[in-house]
Design a protein. Structure first.
Length: 582
């Protein structure tokens, strides 16, 4: 029941049959009973002897229509049936009561009202036209003498007064009822809009919380993954002469890499959905990037009976300008899928020059994709069927991300596949040949030229395992170095005040004082304005990274990191201590 209705109306409608309690049906129900009441009054006061037999059938028809509507008849046909019957009744009554001079003709004014308010403007106009034609016909029949002249008498006084009074009342009551209905509908619409606005705000808040949650989870997952991958790399460098240990560590590395792929896919998809993922074009050697992506899977293929090879078009440009990381990410996704679903035969990566543009193709002889499942292959969290997911795993995000990344790079992606016959995935990018970049003056020297130098380095991180990892990596590269540790930004500033250091490795997210605030305060001290500060963080949120850089970093690296890459970056910064902060 609508709470905006008056209490008496709610009480009355609560006693209606169930089908007549809401919307237009409720008012049509009340209107029908109003007409029945008027007809019964006319049965009592009609000056004509045949009056009861004229009005009582109409009462019965209206009651029958209400029963039919209660049992499922639509309101619109019921209204048209009742209006048609009313037209016949009124014309019959006026024909025998003076034609155009009869007061009963006034009831024709009521006929268009109910169709207009129940069915709509068009129905109301149609019935208004019918009424006008009926009035014109009645005038013509009266003028030509086909209708007997009307002789007024005292017995007609009360019924005529009642007729005009009821017509006046109904003409006011019906618009009043539907005006109230309009106001109630308008209020309901406004309430619904407020509810939708509240839901929209709640949804936006949920989306913001989702992004925050994904970012937090990504950071919390990357932090231990940094230790896992880092210590794995350290162990790999020490067991090269022990095949069994090397095999175990390689399996560990592959599993950790797979987990990192899942983490990165979820984060990338979240940023793509939020429109926060942007491309960072650079000039790079195309063949080198393609070969690197291809070689990433070489260790896995060595234990498989597969023909895994690369075909590069000789006409490919050497240097191109695009987002190297995203181009390689799509290649890795397609190659990883091909190897996952191919047990025997071959997996081929072809890269061809199309003048202009470059076409990348990954063709396999794997299980293929059934025709019925191909339409959803690029959908998020979707694989061909549940059996595929159970047998091969995966999160169903790789292809969805790849399609959006290719679109960001200005290209297109597609595939052809048959069940049991393998698949061919391809994407085309608008790459053109560019000039080789000038050799950067910032290019770092050959790594490990300072192995014997006793550097003084400060590692700032709230996770003891991460501090231990970085310390081991640094001490392996510089055995004579002194590596200090701080658990937060405030302790970092305190250690710097106790004596000079050559370089700071700064985490971002820490208690007490985070890395952003610590770096900002560090740069405000004239003695530390040119101190090399390398940001080392698992937070990949673009806004947070930009704030970290703006605080005064010399450079930033993301966790998990490659030990060799970290050492090369550190040495490069140590050899250029006067470099101004970023």
């Amino acid at each position: 029941m609508n709470p905006s209705r008056p209490h008496w109306l709610q009480w009355l409608m609560a006693r209606f049959p169930s089908r007549f309690r809401e919307g237009k049906l409720a008012y049509a129900f009340m209107f029908a009973w109003l007409v029945i009441a008027i007809l019964l009054v006319f049965v009592a006061i009609s000056p004509y002897q045949n009056g009861p037999w004229l009005f009582l059938p109409m009462v019965g028809l209206l009651l029958g229509l209400m029963v039919a509507v209660q049992r499922g008849l639509g309101l619109v046909p019921a209204v048209h049936i009742g209006t048609s019957a009313g037209l016949v009744l009124i014309l019959f009554a006026t024909w025998h009561a003076g034609g155009v001079f009869s007061p009963r003709l006034g009831w024709l004014l009521m006929l268009p009202l109910l169709p207009f308010y129940v069915h709509g403007r068009r129905a109301g106009m149609v019935w208004a036209g019918v009424v006008l034609v009926a009035q014109l016909a009645m005038a013509w029949f009266t003028a030509t003498g086909r209708i007997a002249p009307f002789e007024a008498g005292d017995q007609h006084v009360f019924s005529s007064w009642f007729t005009f009074s009821m017509i006046t009342g109904v003409l006011i009551i019906v618009p009043f009822i539907y005006e109230r209905q309009y106001r109630q509908a308008l209020q309901d619409s406004r309430d619904h809009q407020r509810e939708l606005e509240s839901q929209r705000q709640a949804l936006e808040h949920t989306l913001q919380m989702r992004e925050y949650f994904i970012g937090t989870v990504s950071h919390e997952l990357r932090t231990p993954m940094n230790a896992i991958l880092g210590f794995n790399a350290l162990l790999l460098s020490r067991v090269q002469d022990r095949p069994e240990a090397l095999k175990v560590l390689n399996h560990t590395r592959q599993s950790a890499d797979h987990l990192m792929t899942v983490i990165n896919d979820i984060l990338d998809y979240s940023q793509l959905q939020a429109g926060k993922l942007v491309v960072h074009p650079e000039t790079f050697e195309l063949r080198s990037v393609v070969q690197h992506a291809f070689e990433l899977f070489r260790p896995r293929v060595q234990s498989m009976a597969l023909d895994y090879h690369l075909e590069l078009d000789e006409q490919l440009p050497q240097w191109v300008h695009s987002d190297r990381h995203r181009l390689m990410q799509v290649l890795v996704n397609l190659l990883g899928n091909a190897l996952k679903f191919t047990h025997h035969g071959q997996v081929v990566l072809r890269v061809r020059w199309q003048n202009p543009g470059v076409l990348f193709e990954v063709q396999d002889t794997g299980i293929g994709i059934a025709q019925a499942q191909q339409a959803k292959i690029f959908s998020r969290f979707s694989q061909a069927d549940s059996d595929i997911h159970a047998r091969y795993g995966g999160n169903g995000l790789g292809l969805a991300i790849s399609r959006q990344l290719v679109a960001l790079l200005g290209g297109e992606i597609g595939f052809e596949s048959e069940w049991g016959q393998g698949s061919r995935f391809w994407y085309r990018l608008p790459l053109i040949a560019v000039e080789a970049p000038a050799r950067s003056a910032d290019a770092g020297p050959t790594p490990m030229q300072t192995q014997a130098v006793a550097w003084r380095l400060l590692v700032v991180d709230d996770h003891p395992v991460n501090r231990l990892l970085v310390k081991r990596v640094l001490q392996n590269a510089w055995p004579q170095a002194e590596v200090l540790e701080a658990v937060d930004g405030q302790q970092c500033l305190d250690l710097l005040a106790q004596g000079p250091v050559d370089l700071v490795l700064m985490d971002m997210v820490m208690p007490v004082m985070d890395g952003i605030e610590a770096t900002r305060l560090l740069r405000q001290n004239p003695a530390w304005q040119h101190l090399p500060v390398l940001g080392l963080t698992a937070n990949v949120n673009p806004a947070d990274l930009e704030a970290f850089r703006a605080a005064g970093l010399s450079a930033v690296m993301l966790k998990p990191f490659e030990p060799a890459e970290l050492c090369a970056r550190v040495e490069h910064m140590l050899l250029r201590p006067a470099t101004p902060p970023m």
